[in-house]
Design a protein around this ligand. Sequence first.
Ligand code: NAI
Length: 359
Amino acid sequence: MDMDIFELMKKGGHEQIIFNYDKETGMRAIIAIHDSTLGQTFGGVRMVNYASMEEALRDAMRLSRAMTYKCAAAEEDKGGAKAVIWGDPERDKNEAFLRAFGRFVEMLKGRFMTGPDLNLTMKEGSIMARECQYIVGRSREEGGSGSSGITTAYGIYVGLTACAKFLWGDENLKGKKIAVQGLGAVGEPLLGHLIEAGMEVVATDANEKTLQRLQKQYGVKTTQPHLVYEVECDIFSPCAVGGILNDQTIPKLKCQLIAGCANNQLEDEERHGKMLQDRGILYAPDFIINAGGVIQVIDEVKGYNPDRLRLKADLIYNRLLQIFEMARREKILPMEAAIRYAESRIREIHKIKRLHVPK
Ligand code: NAI
């Protein structure tokens, strides 16, 4: 193998990469711990049938870095990490397989907390939790906080009002037109907020049945998934998958603002961020506006409290405004400003880490 993992870690600023293999069930997982300066690390676990180990590793490394920034910017005392299980979500998972993953996480003794992400559900998280105390994103019946999509959607809505304030001088979203891509755990509750705010919504989803059901329920206009980029609107809200802001899609956009929940929306952070700016489109950095979910799972450890969660998610408003203003002042891209914002907090807290506090 000519891939130098240490070189990749050095470049990405990663602390630790753990390869986990269970001989009996064949469970293969990579846990990437990016930065634990701020404390115990948090990040979801996803299951994907990657084409290669390298693809799985790169995904874990990229996502764990975003988690460090997300937790730091959200003022949480948590670091960033991510786990990927390399396997076919349709075929490979069974009880022993999922519990094997739980055992590997338990071995880290709380250095890493995780919960179900892409292709894994709360039900499967609860199976992992039979072997492990460090699984969050649990159901209400099991003492957890339920779907994190609810707080994420609320945070997106709050973030949209901040973007409107910055861009149009008024946070009122009434009458603004928004195109929403993806109506899943976040997109669906988001629709409720948008309609309540009096916005004109055009929605799409790759799943035709979901689209039809929600069209009936909310009375929104719909479009085909491949046409969503061309919708003439004020706001485009990517709430499905990452990497959708790229060379092919950016030239098609007819909006002034991009603000949605999908992680890693920009295929290339710098180049595509610049392309958007050149086209006069404001980009709300994903890990700032979509922090509602991580805020919820971190808070879950203290016991579910919806009022406290809302108050914490409300802070996204000022945080976004601060970042947009920093970007304008320093003449940098909003994404760069968001990274500086998160990194400056990590640097600050790093200073006090030398003080030994006896336990
Ligand atoms: P989900 O899996 O519940 O929903 C995604 C929806 O998007 C599905 O209905 C799917 O059919 C649709 N979709 C997939 N590809 C599409 C495409 N190309 N065009 C149109 N629709 C498409 O996922 P969830 O939880 O709603 O998350 C959405 C995004 O937000 C993901 O990128 C996720 O990583 C991110 N995110 C989610 C958080 C949460 O609390 N659930 C928190 C922060 C980020």
